[in-house]
Design a protein around this ligand. Structure first.
Ligand code: NDP
Length: 330
């Protein structure tokens, strides 16, 4: 038996509880994983609170991320005791996820964890950090280099934002961190941000084009914030957009695109192709400062996960929240 979080839906509405289950209850899959660590992401909070229809079938074990050891495998790519990491692929939405002692999965979803990243660090990175890496890679692909000029990160004190700031700073970029929490200034400068921008400066509808300010950006907010970032992006700059923490809409005009040649690069981590995932995890092993990663990670016991979820929706979570499941695993 092992502990798991279970979301269910009855006529009375959605319920979520900590429960106990056994391996026989797990869905089909060719690899059984003993989960070492999981995490809480924004999407897990949406799933558990029911604030957005993230869960596509019930009952559902949430958790879009897990790291752990292979226990049993019918997949030729994996053997018992292999260290693996899983992000996305609809896990925690359509297929039972990581907030449980064990998970049975499609082996094609698993990425071998690179040497140099522990099972705990893998979840301190999690989907948020791996998405931040995909965003950095999108900027690089479009020619934004440390020499291009200052780059901006929105939602900087959150999960994606924190890792994005740390990665860009280590790579030598001059990083401006946008936050709604100016009391997190020391935290953000500790991660490597050189400039702190009050989110309020970008929260009101602005002009189609503003003064050219940033060579590129990573945006988790969407909405008016992204519109203002695009308007202030320099000629031929690129903004990687991955989130909707500030809204699903995008009240912009074509002006940044047709007058300044700005690129808006969409980033999706969930269905991202396996070679890109492997590349992102290898880059994380090389380009992330693990002391900074430690500074952004807070441990949360599985028993407290349900109560903490609403904090994400109120933007109250700093950095990354990691959940020890079987933390003794190495
Ligand atoms: P967090 O909750 O950790 O961080 C979100 C941050 O956004 C907050 O900490 C806050 O940062 C900022 N924020 C909150 N409310 C607003 C607002 N109204 N306007 C602007 N900014 C706001 O979430 P994650 O970092 O895990 O995820 C961020 C976003 O990215 C989410 O929308 C998530 O769904 C999305 N995402 C997308 C992925 C993909 O594959 N495309 C993968 C992972 C995440 P601060 O206080 O510093 O301003």
């Amino acid at each position: 038996m092992f502990d798991a979080i279970l979301i269910d839906k009855t006529e009375a509405g959605q319920t979520v509880r900590l429960t106990s289950m056994d391996t026989a209850q797990l869905p089909a899959g060719d690899v059984l994983v003993e989960v070492a660590w999981s995490t809480l992401n924004y999407k897990d909070a949406l799933a558990m609170t029911g604030a957005s229809p993230v869960v596509r079938s019930f009952p559902m074990v949430p958790g879009v991320d897990l790291s752990g050891l292979v226990l049993e495998s019918d997949n030729p790519a994996f053997n018992p005791d292999d260290r693996v990491v899983l992000n996305g692929w609809g896990v925690g939405e359509k297929h039972w996820g990581g907030l449980a002692g064990r998970a049975r999965l499609d082996g094609n979803w698993l990425v071998p964890l690179p040497e140099g990243i522990t099972l705990r660090q893998a979840m301190a990175i999690g989907t948020a950090g791996y998405t931040a890496m995909l965003c950095v890679m999108a900027l690089e692909k479009h020619g934004v280099t440390p020499e291009s000029g200052e780059v901006v990160v929105t939602g900087a004190a959150g999960g994606v934002g924190s890792v994005a700031v740390a990665l860009l700073a280590k790579l030598g970029y001059d990083v401006a961190a946008v936050t709604g929490r100016l009391d997190e200034t020391d935290y953000l400068t500790g991660l490597g941000a050189r400039t702190i921008v009050d989110r309020a400066e970008l929260s009101q509808p602005g002009r189609p084009l503003a003064k050219e300010r940033w060579a590129g950006g990573i945006d988790v907010a969407g909405g008016v914030v992204l519109a203002n970032v695009l308007a202030a992006t320099r000629y031929r700059g690129t903004v990687a957009a991955c989130g909707l923490a500030g809204g699903m809409d995008l009240p912009t005009t074509v002006a940044p695109f047709i007058l300044r040649g700005v690129t808006l690069a969409g980033v999706d981590s969930v269905m991202c192709a396996k070679p890109d995932r492997i590349a992102a995890w290898q880059r994380l092993a090389k380009d992330l400062d693990f002391d900074k990663l430690d500074a952004m990670a807070t441990e949360l016991p599985l028993a407290d996960v349900i109560a903490r979820a609403p904090d994400f929706l109120q933007g109250k979570v700093r950095g990354r929240v990691i959940v020890p499941i079987n933390p003794a695993l190495r």
